[in-house]
Design a protein around this ligand. Sequence first.
Ligand code: NAD
Length: 322
Amino acid sequence: MSEIIKFKTLGFIGLGAMGKPMVVHLANKLPPESRIYVFDVVAQVMDELCAQFPDRIRKASSARDVAQREIVVTMVPEGSHVRSVYLDPQNGICSTDISTKLLIDCSTIDTATSLAVKGYISQNFPTASFYDSPVSGGVVGAIKGTIAFFLGCAESDPNVKRLTHLMSLMGKEVIPCGGPSLGLAAKLSNNYLSGIIAIACSEAMDMGMRSGLDPRTLAKVYAAGTAQNTICDRFNPVPHVYPESPSSKGYKEGFKVQLMRKDFSLAVDMAKRVGSKNVLGEVGLKTYDGASRDARCRDLDSRVVYRYLGGQEDWQERPNGS
Ligand code: NAD
């Protein structure tokens, strides 16, 4: 019997841009006898999922109700929501006996909150298992089922096989990062690096273009040289350098600049907390903060930072260097 059969009842809390398509994958791929109990503070999205999968998905009345199932996945926006979903004394997951449960938080939050929730669970329900497992790959990845999970545990953890099996239904890669909260530490440091590269790429492209270079030549030079990186290659902030990049589609369908601001800020806080020197953090945070408040950039892909910094978007219509 396949291990997948063991996921008889599963709960999922937080049915937003990421959570909803993740549930759709579970509903399509779990065996027919599995049931998924969903909960969100917005009733409409629960109703939509129940209507789409009347035999598979059930509406729960609270996070506590969801916690009656053997496995619970949570996917909510911020640390305050994770605290409330797990620790609310009336309706939270921990307000019922969760001694035998497997709990997985996929939200991108601060490591301190994740460790506090884990600490509470370990103290009150020592046989329960809680893992941080933030994801990367965006809404498009969640819809396509290609997201990556950064799992906060060692490769030798006894639950790794089960967790990997479950997450593989929703994504393409599961990377155990070593221990509790390290999935989040990995995710935040990744987004810090990606955010900084996008700013540096925007500035480098702009100075090259204003000097008279075609941005496609610049991108070729970076790809051949020591500056090669994925942001320049596949997410180039300058429109029409890479046809599939969000910038070439009006900065739509990407990773929202407000989410980059949130993750960047969490990364800078984490760096402070662990005593890591962080000279680019302040300027990066100021840049993403400004861009996420700017009406020309808000709700668009974070590489719109190029626009925020005054980059030329209509370069195809200009003579070289003007
Ligand atoms: P979202 O705002 O679209 O969805 C969050 C959902 O959680 C909403 O439906 C909201 O109603 C629900 N919610 C909030 N508080 C709740 C509570 N107490 N109980 C039940 N439901 C509650 O957010 P999202 O884009 O799905 O992101 C979720 C998490 O994933 C965030 O931490 C985000 O940083 C991370 N993430 C997002 C992306 C992305 O591109 N959107 C990519 C990677 C990671």
